[in-house]
Design a protein around this ligand. Structure first.
Ligand code: PLP
Length: 418
């Protein structure tokens, strides 16, 4: 089939894509009659389960009511309602629509850069965390760690200053870097994935580090951008990861789980202060950025239905149950494989498989995925890091099954538990 698939080497024939004809809850149903448990939430987008009836009904209703408007000249109740709700939840009153995580980040970066230009302040530097991943468009790539994904474009990316990943081992280096920032007045913004770097291998860090970085950046007059494209909508155990931090962002990027995994949608929320920087009679100071599908009513309907599900107590009970299960499994892993790192935060459980080859292309990514798929479990390792990210439709026994499958796999490659 002449379809160029994402992040795929087509020369590499294994594994071929699997044809899925239907999905429900945590399961994908294939054309050849298999039911595969999805432990990735379909690239981190599904929240309450595939085809959740509440969200499906909201989209169906909307499709018969209002499909699209040109958002520069028109508005509609669902877009207004959605931004109002997100504002109440985040404390950021203005929302800008885009299409996905990368464009939500592009918008955030462009707003931050233009904000200072509009004020007549010459600021030129952006800060990001080592290991960051913010998307595949050029701005998002520029503030992402240099590596496999960015290699062919290296000469085309803008320069960014990197802060050490905030871990206890790196704390001295981080503090040193932050110390050096204090007198600077050229920082536009810091962008980071709060508490959890997903693509880097599910690397977690404490809220106090986020606060430390954000406080220092604020002292320089710079803005704080939280990229919650992955961490939003329950992944870290709270609706947003920044709810666990003292320092709230000036700009917040949302996508992936925002529609419960049904529709592509990006939202960049900003503070009153940031919006005010664009509120002038000078037409050169407006934000000239817009996507065709801005504020798409079907996507807004899905996002509102998703937020409605988050207002139900059983959603939170289920989130807690699954987070507790992940914690227990992490403890078990520490006993079973004391030498193999394990990390957990909220719904995410990640373990590192052994082997000399690390990084995204580590061979486990193919061999483990194939092993799991043969057993009707879909897990997609980030190199040697295998993670389990369940949708809220999953049950603890399904998480346990995926967990013990990792142990079985390790035995096949000659690693036994303690
Ligand atoms: C933290 C973060 N930001 C941005 C993106 C890009 O999102 P999208 O793939 O929807 O463009 C991702 C995707 O994985 C992400 O994890």
């Amino acid at each position: 089939m002449p379809i160029w698939r994402p992040s795929t080497s087509h020369h590499d024939k294994t594994p071929l894509p699997i044809r899925v004809t239907r999905a429900q809850g945590s399961y994908l149903y294939t054309a050849d009659g298999r039911a595969i448990w999805d432990g990735t939430c379909a690239w981190w987008v599904t929240v309450h389960g595939h085809c959740h009836p509440h969200i499906a009904a909201a989209i169906a209703h909307q499709a018969h009511t209002l499909d699209q408007v040109l958002f520069a000249d028109f508005t509609h109740p669902l877009a207004e309602h959605l931004i109002q709700r997100l504002s109440t939840l985040t404390g950021l009153p203005w929302g800008f629509f885009s299409d996905d995580g990368s464009t939500a980040v592009e918008v955030a970066l462009k707003i931050a850069i233009q904000y200072f230009r509009n004020r007549g302040e010459r600021r030129t530097r952006l800060l990001a965390l080592e290991g960051a991943y913010h998307g595949d468009t050029f701005g998002a790539m520029s503030v992402s760690a240099r590596g496999l994904f960015t290699l062919p474009f290296e000469d085309w990316l803008f320069e960014v200053e990197w802060l050490p990943f905030p871990s206890p081992e790196n704390e001295a280096a981080l503090r040193q870097s932050l110390e050096k920032l204090q007198e600077r007045r050229d920082i536009i913004a810091f962008i980071g994935e709060p508490l959890l770097q997903g693509t880097a291998g599910m690397r977690t860090y404490a809220p106090s580090y986020w606060d430390l970085i954000a406080t220092t950046v604020r002292q320089t007059g710079g803005l704080v951008i939280a990229d919650e494209v992955f961490t939003g909508f329950g992944r870290t155990g709270t609706l947003f990861a920044t709810q666990q931090c003292q320092q709230k962002p000036d700009i917040l990027c949302l996508s992936k789980g925002i529609t419960g995994g049904f529709m592509p949608l990006g939202v960049t929320l900003v503070s009153e202060q940031v919006f005010h920087g664009f509120y002038t009679s000078d037409p050169l100071k407006a934000f000239y950025h817009g996507h065709s599908y801005t504020g798409n009513p079907l996507a807004c309907a899905a996002a509102i239905a998703n937020l409605e599900l988050w207002e139900e107590s059983h959603t939170w009970t289920q989130l807690q149950t699954l987070c507790d299960t992940q914690k227990q499994l992490a403890e078990k892993w520490r006993e079973m494989f004391p030498d193999l790192p394990v990390r957990t935060l909220g719904l995410v459980l990640a373990v590192e498989l052994p082997g000399a080859e690390r990084g995204y292309l580590a061979p486990h990514r193919h061999t483990f995925k194939a092993y799991a798929l043969e057993r009707n479990i879909f897990l997609r390792p980030l190199g040697a890091v295998v993670y389990i990210l369940p949708a809220l439709s999953s049950q603890p026994h399904e998480l346990e099954r995926a967990f013990y499958l990792i142990q079985d796999y390790l035995e096949t490659v000659g690693v036994s538990s303690a």
